[in-house]
Design a protein around this ligand. Structure first.
Ligand SMILES: [Zn+2]
Length: 170
C-alpha cells in the first residue's frame, strides 16, 4: 500500500530526530520543510501548469500586487496563494518557485512577516493537510520519535560515560 505524505514525512523526521539533537522548534521546522518538500513533489505538475498559465503580469495585476504587499496575509486565500514577489498564483508556494526570486520559503516568510508555521499554500489545501495530519496522529508519532531519541541519548550516555549535562559541581 502506498504511504501518505504525512506518513513519509513523519518517518523521515522520526529517523532524524532519533539521531540528531533537535529542539522542539527544529523538529517542527524540519517536519514542515520535509512535508512541504514531499508535497511539492506531489503538486509540482499542477503548479507548473498554473505557472505556465499566468507568467505574464499586466499593469493592473502589478498594481494589485503592490496593494497586496501592504497586507501580505491576504495573499493566502481560500483556493490559491499569491506570490508576493511576482503576483503568480499557486495552490502552494514552493521553494522551487521562490528560488527564482532568490528566496527560500523561510526567507519569504520572514520578508513578508509570516510566522514560521504559516503554510504557504491555499487555505483549502492547508486545511486538508491539517486534517489529514491530525487523522494520522502525527503528533503521536512525533512524540514517539522524541521518546525514542531520549532513550537513545540515555543509552549513549550510559555506554560512553560521556559528560552529563550542565550540573555544576559546587
Ligand atoms: Zn513569484
Amino acid at each position: 500500500m502506498a504511504k501518505t505524505l504525512t506518513e513519509m514525512a513523519a518517518e523521515i523526521i522520526a529517523a532524524k530526530a532519533a539521531r540528531a539533537d533537535m529542539s522542539q522548534e527544529a523538529l517542527t521546522e524540519a517536519l514542515n520543510s520535509t512535508f512541504n518538500a514531499l508535497a511539492q513533489l506531489k503538486c509540482k505538475e499542477e503548479t507548473q501548469e498554473q505557472a505556465e498559465l499566468s507568467t505574464e503580469v499586466s499593469d493592473e495585476e502589478m498594481d494589485a500586487l503592490v496593494e497586496l504587499r501592504k497586507t501580505p496575509k491576504r495573499s493566502i486565500r481560500k483556493s490559491k496563494v499569491i506570490c508576493l514577489e511576482c503576483g503568480q498564483e499557486f495552490k502552494q508556494l514552493t521553494n522551487g518557485h521562490l528560488k527564482e526570486h532568490g528566496l527560500t520559503t523561510k526567507e519569504y516568510r520572514k520578508k513578508w512577516g509570516f510566522t514560521a508555521r504559516q503554510p504557504l499554500s491555499s487555505q483549502n489545501l492547508s486545511a486538508k493537510r491539517r486534517k489529514s495530519a491530525e487523522e494520522r496522529g502525527l503528533g503521536e508519532m512525533l512524540k514517539n520519535a522524541r521518546q525514542k531519541k531520549a532513550a537513545n541519548a540515555e543509552a549513549a550516555g550510559k555506554k560512553g560515560g560521556r559528560k552529563k549535562a550542565a550540573k555544576k559541581p559546587e
